[in-house]
Design a protein around this ligand. Structure first.
Ligand SMILES: Nc1ncnc2c1ncn2[C@@H]1O[C@H](COP(=O)(O)OP(=O)(O)OP(=O)(O)O)[C@@H](O)[C@H]1O
Ligand SMILES: [Mg+2]
Length: 272
């Protein structure tokens, strides 16, 4: 498995988040993502995984949500940026893929239009550049870059194809960091393993780092270089994937492993 240079840090965070006057959701969560690595973020429902993703993307409502600390991406503290500056980064240096591909796409627009919009959100060059970027993005996710395909509406595609379109949009500007928040959780097992293989391939071919968020330790096992375990708003364990999976140190990680009857030695070994 790919070991990354420890000094080559892409993102470093130390953050606390609280929604209004509700209990604190993330309590001084500290972690780093290295360039080109796949970091798995695992925790049960409600542990704060999506909150952390939204904090990195600058999508928490600043009026209602208190986010304190720092989230430094490529030397720039995202918590200090203005909305306009964040818009310039989102989709370009850091991108997001969510769980439900069909509800993330606009049902009334053809795929070509949606890909064009994603391109022109950050680039105002000629149409020929846009067309070649669309072709390259579709090819990178193994979708046909044909007119016939580009004329389709989301409802005319399978869920797996729709997820690939969303991933194509997310990688179009070659972000340094892709956040996949439960991006395979709604898929059937075959499609899930195909999309997981695609994430791994994109990571290897482009060197893009991935924060792969899941409640499912088994799916994380096959794709991640390192794993961080989030429990009750804190990261309780971080380590090389094979170490966390074969020799979990924290009592909560041990419970997570024990709660997974589908996590035989075979699956853990496959990740190594
Ligand atoms: N917009 C919001 N306003 C108030 N509380 C929120 C909001 N979003 C999330 N929360 C609360 O923050 C906590 C963490 O939620 P979050 O969605 O980050 O968890 P999660 O780990 O992503 O869960 P899941 O696995 O179900 O997606 C939960 O208690 C949730 O109710
Ligand atoms: Mg979530």
């Amino acid at each position: 498995m790919n070991r990354k240079n420890q000094s080559d840090v892409l993102l470093t965070a130390r953050v606390s988040v609280q929604y209004g006057d509700k209990p604190v959701v993330l309590r001084d969560v500290q972690f780093e993502i290295r360039r080109g690595e796949v970091l798995g973020l695992v925790g049960q429902s409600g542990s704060g995984k999506s909150t952390l993703a939204m904090a990195i993307l600058g999508l928490l409502d600043r009026k209602r949500v208190k986010a304190e600390g720092m989230i430094e991406l490529e030397g720039c503290d995202l918590l200090k940026l203005r909305e306009r500056e964040l818009r310039g980064l989102r989709g370009r240096r850091v991108a997001l893929v969510l769980q439900s591909p069909l509800s993330s796409l606009n049902p009334t627009l053809k795929i070509r239009t949606q890909l064009k919009e994603a391109w022109h959100a950050h680039v105002s060059g000629p149409n020929s550049d846009c067309d070649s970027a669309i072709r390259a993005a579709l090819e990178s996710v193994s979708l046909p870059a044909t007119d016939e395909f580009l004329q389709k509406y989301p409802a005319q595609m399978s869920v797996g194809q729709a997820q690939r379109v969303l991933i194509a949009m997310a990688v179009m500007h070659r972000p340094a960091l892709l956040i996949a928040d439960e991006a395979t959780s709604a898929l059937d097992v075959i499609t899930q393993s195909e999309i997981l293989a695609l994430f791994r391939e994109l990571n290897r071919s482009s060197g893009m780092a991935i924060l792969y968020i899941s409640h499912d330790l088994a799916s994380v096992a096959g794709i991640c270089d390192r794993i961080a375990i989030l429990h009750e708003g804190q990261i309780v364990e971080t380590g090389i994937a094979e170490q966390v999976l074969t020799n979990p140190r924290h009592e909560y990680t041990q419970r997570l492993m024990a709660a997974m009857p589908r996590m035989p030695q075979r699956a853990a070994a496959a990740a190594i």
